[in-house]
Design a protein around this ligand. Structure first.
Ligand SMILES: Cc1ncc(COP(=O)(O)O)c(C=O)c1O
Length: 390
């Protein structure tokens, strides 16, 4: 099929580094392009298709709901929102019992920033080097990478960044006006870096001592991707605010900001027209039901361990390090990643970059072992044939 790229090329603001590939159809861990060519999808909509593309429970729920009611603003109650809230209380610890619904990861962070300011009466935040929290101006203030920030200065005042996994540096920057510390339990976009086991525990202690809110950005890690429902559960900590998006609604837009009852908000202080719409809510309930029923968090743990172990066996000189947790995997290489990503695409594997030389894999939890073997073989053959001299 001839696919005309020019409409999108010429009329969309060029925000994204586009690949010449149109995705037309998806099922489980596979997508098809404009010519019917098949790819194993380790991008999975930037990690959103955790339960697999077009999961039958998700599309049936969305189809059913789209005949009943598509929009219902937050000024009214809604049955689908109620069901989602019940589902969220089933999977989250009991102290996280208030939810705010928005439409994206960045919006979930924006709400966290505003809620933390309201709850503490303070206005400063600390986040980490390599941390990524989104691109709206508040979320961007917490994001570290100068490449994303430099053209938009000044950003919000009162945001500082410290090295990840170093609690002493963090403690040095705390002031009496620090409202929150915003961290990813596993840094995704920053290169798949996992928090040290004791680090988050110490950060939690610091937050308790200094009356600071611990805000976990679980937008990429949440809902099973790291092998537990929430990645913070690997670290035995109790965050005050948890931000979710990506996996939660199977690809439909939904952000959730979860908070303890310490976070008290007066009516009218925040809101969103589309946030918590019935379509996204029904999709999210179907996703959570599927994760629970198929134990996809455990599947991510098992398949991730297999994936990582096999990748670590490769021992190619071009590979500097393989790291990851669950189905969130980074392969750091000694060459630029962009041509590697494009060559993998040619060979039927979709992968993401994370920084200039890390291949990031975020496959759906329903990826099969055979597909994992295929991805590893494709990466290995490509790196061996192209870069065996380096
Ligand atoms: C950890 C993290 N936080 C926030 C965001 C921003 O989410 P969104 O792109 O939905 O605004 C992302 C997106 O990649 C993310 O990985």
């Amino acid at each position: 099929m001839h696919y005309d790229f020019s409409w999108e090329k010429n009329h969309e603001f060029p925000c994204y580094p586009k690949r010449d590939l149109a995705l037309i159809r998806g099922k489980k861990s596979v997508v098809w392009d404009q010519d019917g060519k098949k790819y194993i999808d380790c991008v999975s909509g930037h990690g959103t298709a955790f339960v697999g593309h077009c999961h039958p429970r998700v599309y049936k729920a969305v189809r059913r709901q789209s005949q009943n009611l598509i929009t219902c603003p937050g000024i009214f109650y809604n049955d689908q929102r109620k069901i989602l809230i019940k589902k969220l209380t089933e999977i989250s610890p009991p102290y996280l019992k208030q939810f705010y619904f928005s439409n994206s990861g960045a919006e979930s962070i924006e709400a966290a920033i505003k809620f933390a300011r309201l709850a503490t009466g303070k206005s400063e935040f600390i986040s980490a080097f390599r941390g990524f929290h989104g691109r709206t101006l508040g979320a961007l203030s917490a994001t570290h990478n100068p490449k994303y920030r430099q053209d938009f200065l000044p950003l919000l005042p009162g945001f500082t960044h410290v090295p990840y996994n170093k609690v002493d540096k963090l403690a040095d920057l705390v002031t009496e006006n620090t409202a929150g510390i915003i961290l990813e339990p596993v840094q995704g976009e920053g290169g798949v870096h996992i928090a040290d086991p004791l680090y988050l525990k110490k950060v939690e202690q610091l937050c308790r001592e200094q009356d600071i809110l611990l805000i976990m950005d679980e937008i990429q890690t949440g809902l099973g991707r790291t092998g537990k429902m929430f990645a913070f559960q690997h670290f035995d900590i109790k965050p005050d605010i948890v931000c979710l998006a990506k996996s939660i609604a199977g690809g439909l837009p939904l952000g959730v900001t979860m908070g303890t009852d310490r976070i008290s908000i007066k009516t009218g202080k925040h809101g969103s027209t589309f946030g918590g719409n019935p379509l996204s809510c029904t999709a999210a309930s179907a996703v959570i039901h599927t994760i629970q029923e198929q134990r996809l968090d455990k599947a991510a743990a098992r398949k991730g361990s297999y994936f990582l172990a096999k990748l670590k066996e490769l021992r190619l000189p071009v590979i500097k390090e393989v790291r990851g947790i669950g189905l969130m995997i980074g392969i750091e290489i000694r060459v630029k990643v962009k041509p590697v990503i494009l060559a993998l695409m040619e060979k039927g594997v979709l992968a993401l970059p994370a920084g200039p030389n890390i291949i990031r894999l975020l496959p759906p939890a329903v990826i099969t072992y055979k597909e994992i073997d295929r991805v590893i073989e494709t990466i290995s053959n490509l790196l061996y044939s192209t870069y065996s001299q380096k």
